[in-house]
Design a protein around this ligand. Structure first.
Ligand code: GDP
Length: 473
């Protein structure tokens, strides 16, 4: 690629790299600095493509109102554990799946489409639970148009019900309440409705705006009404997308399949994805080798709100990653590599801030750092308490030590996770980190320090804290 762009021979470029001590093959990726040296060596001008430019080819283009066509709504089912999310998803799929051409068997690909009796197509995300919803959102992929909140009529509102309500509200996604298990003799739908009032969800039966439908995933009662309610809500939302443009979609699920290589289920959001299209998805790229729908059938293309399995990736993307079709493979690869580099740099930068020395250095740059976060693990409760007390005495009004967490036992991956998130080092007093914690700490750049004398530990932290102190002057 580099040789190509300089109009030089590949073998000459490889030779030049070898002279610099880099044993590379022609398909190997080299870093930007090396590339720059090589370019200068050949007497060419370096033009660094700026960060923004790299992603420019997939820049969001506003679709013209006239190009927008109606698209099916995308629905996520949320609710408390055991209230019947999975049962409901299965019941809807089993009774309502759009029949395939050759009697295709439904495949679990992470999403499926059904048709209501009135012929309205609905797309359901097949991964119940809140983790999927939030992780997608945190990666910037807002795919859900409507949330169906399942509440069991024999159990009413429970903690995860409230969580689901809060998620839907935070995402500003309209909600429909499915009061499930209505077949049970002890079912009390009124209690569900009054419980919901306390969480500012006023259902229609209570003269509110939120549709509520009594259903049974077991007997199938009310399922048609629920689908109709969803169709009605969708109509109000007037969901539209332009199917005639380069496709964009979000990854719902992805895995490395033994026979097929990396496979991702992508929910198309705009445009139409076709076999042969070249794309970038998160830090991966590829060319669509095959598209497979929710009935396990090969399809040539997929338009807005259609979920499809995409084959032909160079690696496995993550749920929530966004897929964009590009014109050339070079563009797709460049964006993917650029993103991979950015996240690598970010990881390195995040890790760098967690050693004591670097915390001090950082404090010197940043006047606002006046808190030294740490994690303490000790062999016995007495030691842990003594250390925490000693820590709390260190510092004054300008700087203080904050013990994020203290506990007894080996340093575990959970400790490392917490430390990483807060940029804190971990102190082990007469305890060690287990193997997986050590690996994670290495990867994330979290510092682990071991002590067997409390004074040594206190001295080190004092030194670090005074480093922070002197930064204030
Ligand atoms: P999830 O954790 O929300 O996905 O809940 P599941 O779908 O796994 O359902 C939990 C339990 O409730 C299972 O034993 C289901 O068979 C049962 N269940 C789900 N829906 C109904 C229903 O409408 N009526 C009755 N009687 N049982 C149900």
């Amino acid at each position: 690629e580099l040789a190509n762009r300089m109009a030089e021979r590949v073998s000459d470029v490889v030779k030049e790299l070898m002279k610099m001590g880099m044993m590379v093959t022609q398909n190997q990726t080299i870093d930007a600095d090396t590339a720059e040296l090589i370019i200068q060596e050949f007497g060419h001008n370096v033009v660094r493509v700026s960060d923004a430019d790299v992603e420019d080819v997939i820049k969001e283009v506003e679709d013209k109102e006239a190009d927008l066509l109606p698209r099916p709504p995308v629905i996520t089912i949320m609710g408390h554990v055991d209230h019947g999310k999975t049962s409901l998803l299965d019941a809807i799929r089993d009774t309502k799946v759009v029949s395939g051409e050759a009697g295709g068997i439904t495949q679990h690909i992470g999403a499926y489409q059904v048709e209501t009796n009135d012929g309205v197509t609905l797309t359901f995300l097949d991964t119940p639970g809140h983790a999927a919803f939030t992780s997608m959102r945190s990666r910037g992929a807002q795919v859900t148009d409507i949330v169906v909140l399942v509440v069991a009529a024999d159990d009413a509102v429970m903690p995860q019900t409230v969580e689901a309500i809060n998620h839907a509200k935070a995402a500003k996604v309209p909600m429909i309440v499915a009061i499930n298990k209505i077949d049970k003799p002890e079912a009390n739908p009124t209690k569900v409705r009054t419980d919901l009032l306390q969480h500012e969800v006023v259902v229609e039966a209570m003269s509110g705006e939120v549709q509520d439908v009594e259903v049974s995933a077991k007997t199938g009662q009310g399922l048609d009404d629920l689908l109709e309610a969803i169709a009605l809500q969708a109509e109000i939302l007037e969901l539209k997308a332009n199917p005639n443009r380069a496709a964009q979609g979000a990854v719902i699920e992805a895995q490395l399949d033994v026979g097929r290589g990396p496979v991702a289920t992508v929910l198309i959001q705009k445009g139409t994805l076709r076999q042969g299209d070249i794309f970038v998805v998160g830090e991966q790229y590829g060319k669509v080798r095959a598209l497979i729908n929710d009935k396990g059938e090969r399809v040539q293309e997929a338009g807005p709100s259609v979920p499809v399995e995409v084959l032909g990736l160079n690696g496995t993307p993550e749920a929530g990653d966004v897929l964009n079709v590009t014109e050339t493979e070079a563009q797709a690869r460049e964006i993917a590599e650029y993103r991979a580099q950015v996240s690598k740099d970010k990881r390195a930068a995040a890790g760098a801030a967690t050693t004591l020395e670097q915390l001090m250095a950082k404090a010197k740059e940043d006047e606002n750092v006046s808190e030294l976060p740490i994690l303490v693990k000790a062999d016995v409760q007495g030691s842990a308490e003594a250390i925490v007390q000693a820590m709390e005495k260190i510092g004054n009004e300008e700087v203080r030590v904050r013990v994020l967490h203290s506990g007894v036992g080996a340093i575990t991956e959970t400790d490392i996770g917490l430390a990483e998130a807060s940029g804190a080092p971990v102190f082990g007093f007469n305890v060690r980190a287990n193997a997986s914690a050590r690996n994670t700490a290495n990867q994330k750049g979290v510092e682990i320090r071991y002590y067997s004398v409390i004074y040594d530990l206190v001295d080190d932290v004092k030194a670090a804290a005074s480093g922070l102190l002197s930064a204030e002057i």
